[in-house]
Design a protein around this ligand. Structure first.
Ligand SMILES: Nc1ncnc2c1ncn2[C@@H]1O[C@H](COP(=O)(O)OP(=O)(O)OP(=O)(O)O)[C@@H](O)[C@H]1O
Length: 586
């Protein structure tokens, strides 16, 4: 992407924010009194939905207590108001957001162990319990009719609308920035695969708790604003059933997309208003949201994705038509790749990068691995092959830390890493890819690679490495590429993390024959170029023969043969294990 385009992409959110604040000012001056009030309600709803977009939309966690966090924010604002605490409304609002954020972390703790329906029950239970308590204790100052003091410069409804618009824009900017940060990539990664997230060195707990904290803090800010709007907040505004409806609205609209969160917040106000206008009781609004939610949950998509998908398809069709009209240039990326090869050869007596001693894994009575030992030399490619069920994936899981109950030792550069978690091993330089797709489709290629790499990579280095491995351009959304290509991106990202050891579990699965060959050719150049050792699990023996310097063959969890590739592949026992006795006798 040209530099000017990248600058524009950076400046665009700020430009939109300025336009948003301008629109807020214009609406505050132009709307009539009742619509100003509705407008403030919509803005507070937008902030709450933005929060749900983080925890539910991005991190994929069911959280049904958003308005409880709003109630906490409103309670803190009302309480500080009764104390006439220094700093005034703006400081109280920040305090309300912070208190809700802390509550979010506490409620998020069960999320580290619970998933799905169980977590939904916990969050809904929390909302119900807090609601009962709120009805009992009421908001501070409510009994004495102490109204929440708005900021001096924004005391009228119109001015408070403008203030709310500024707060909403700031919240949206913060969410936009966080979604594109490492933290945001962690949310999306954890939503797609917790194992995949841990394998790239990201703490799953930190990702989940940060999503809860940010979401709840936004809920708190939303509630604090609502306290300023109504000035005498009541428990009925924060009931569990409303939290449930808001959740459904967020899921249905696709609230992790900022524009859809805004749309959702507006809908939250518009639907009941329309029902009122048509003489239908406003509670029917929950039924409308429920039906929209059922539609979204059963289709597995949301409004935002549907609209974006349609736009992407149209633009892809236009690009395809343009490309077809242009003459083809026949240069291979292998010819243009500019990063120099690593120069120094590895001495023959260099200590191994990975040493596995007597590795054993049992699943009940089954010995999936039994006394497996091997050593991988620096900048070498060791193949790990064996028939289905031989124990290859179990080996990868054990070495990368996903099977802590194994026996034996794993040493990386001579240091024992047997007791380390997958996250810690990944940070030490053991990176792996998976047989199953673990690449979160919500990210772009660039965001995924940066998230996995855990280091600063300049744009040219990124683009070069992607081109080298035959990956799509950095700005390509991962949701638009096929599984085979996603595997290549997974490999590229792991390579760019600069690992000491890279374990590739059938990385070429899903590629065409042509791509398979090209991938093998590229793979042979990775160890010296990126100074890494590779363990390759692969069923295609042609690929193994062409890229692996050494080979370990597993059969029924034991090492059947080990040594230089061509020698091992010619061993009768290996041929028997792979192709059956018929092959040997013929
Ligand atoms: N979680 C588990 N619980 C029980 N048995 C398991 C588990 N995971 C693997 N196994 C068993 O352990 C053995 C080794 O499985 P593993 O997946 O490591 O083999 P593999 O060589 O990777 O096979 P494939 O080439 O099909 O991927 C198999 O018999 C498998 O059924």
């Amino acid at each position: 992407m040209p530099l000017a385009n990248r600058r524009l992409r950076t400046a665009l959110p700020l430009l939109v924010a300025v336009v948003g604040i301008g629109a807020g000012w214009a609406l505050s001056a132009g709307l009539s009194g009742y619509y100003v009030f509705l407008g403030i309600s919509a803005l507070t709803a937008i902030i709450a939905v933005l929060g749900l977009g983080v925890v539910t939309g991005s991190a994929g966690i069911i959280a049904l207590s958003q308005l409880t966090f709003a109630a906490i924010g409103a309670w803190v604002v009302a309480w500080l108001n009764t104390l006439d605490a220094p700093g005034g409304f703006i400081v109280w609002l920040v305090a309300g957001g912070a208190a809700a954020g802390v509550a979010g972390i506490i409620i998020g703790l069960p999320a580290l162990r619970l998933r799905g329906v169980n977590l939904a029950v916990v969050t809904l239970g929390f909302a119900a319990a807090f609601d009962v308590m709120l009805v009992q204790i009421q908001f501070p100052g409510a009994a004495d009719g102490i109204a929440v003091q708005r900021p001096e410069a924004f005391s009228s409804d119109r001015e408070f609308f403008f203030f709310s618009a500024i707060v909403t824009v700031l919240c949206a900017l913060a969410v936009f920035g966080l979604q594109r940060s490492r933290m945001g990539s962690g949310w999306k990664a954890v939503a797609f695969s917790e194992r995949g997230t841990a394998a790239v060195g990201q703490s799953v707990s930190a990702a989940k708790l940060s999503a809860f904290a940010v979401s709840a803090a936004l809920g708190g800010v939303s509630g604090g604003l609502l306290a300023g709007q109504v000035q005498l907040p009541f428990a009925t505004s924060f009931s569990p059933i409303q939290s449930l409806a808001l959740y459904i609205l967020a899921v249905m609209s696709g609230a992790y997309l900022i524009d859809m969160a805004i749309f959702g917040g507006i809908l939250w106000v518009v639907v009941p208003e329309l029902l009122k206008k048509w003489g239908v009781p406003q509670d029917w609004g929950f039924v409308v949201f429920g039906l929209l939610g059922i539609q979204a949950l059963t289709s597995g998509s949301n409004l935002g994705e549907v609209v974006r998908g349609a736009i992407r398809r149209r633009s892809a069709a236009r690009t395809a038509a343009r490309t077809a009209a242009q003459p083809k240039v026949g240069t291979s990326v292998l010819d243009v790749f500019a990063v120099p090869e690593a120069a120094e050869p590895v001495p023959a007596d260099a200590p191994p990068v990975l040493e596995v001693r007597g590795l054993g894994v049992r699943f009940g009575a089954l010995a999936a691995l039994d006394d497996v030992s091997l050593a991988v030399r620096p900048r070498s490619i060791m193949g790990l092959i064996g028939p289905n069920g031989a124990g290859k994936s179990t080996f990868v899981d054990a070495v990368s830390g996903f099977l802590p109950q194994h026996t034996g030792q794993t040493l990386l550069d001579g240091a024992d890493i047997s007791a380390l978690s997958p996250t810690r091993r990944a940070r030490r330089g053991v990176r792996r890819t998976f047989q199953q797709d673990r690449v979160p489709p919500q990210l772009t290629v660039e965001a995924y690679v940066r998230f996995v790499a855990r280091r600063t990579i300049n744009h040219d280095e990124l683009a070069d490495a992607l081109a080298f491995l035959g990956c799509p351009a950095p700005e390509t959304p991962l949701s638009t590429v096929d599984v085979g290509t996603r595997r290549l991106v997974e490999v590229a990202a792991a390579v760019l993390s600069g690992p000491r050891l890279l374990i590739l579990d059938e990385p070429a699965a899903g590629l065409s024959h042509e791509e398979h060959l090209q991938f093998g050719h590229r793979l042979t150049r990775i160890p010296s170029r990126f100074d890494t050792a590779i363990v390759l699990i692969e069923h295609d023996l042609d690929l193994v023969r062409s890229v692996c310097t050494e080979l370990t063959v597993l059969d029924f969890g034991r090492v059947l043969a080990q040594g230089p590739t061509s020698e091992v592949l010619d061993t009768p026992a290996v041929i028997a294990a792979y192709m059956g006795d018929a092959e040997i006798s013929s």
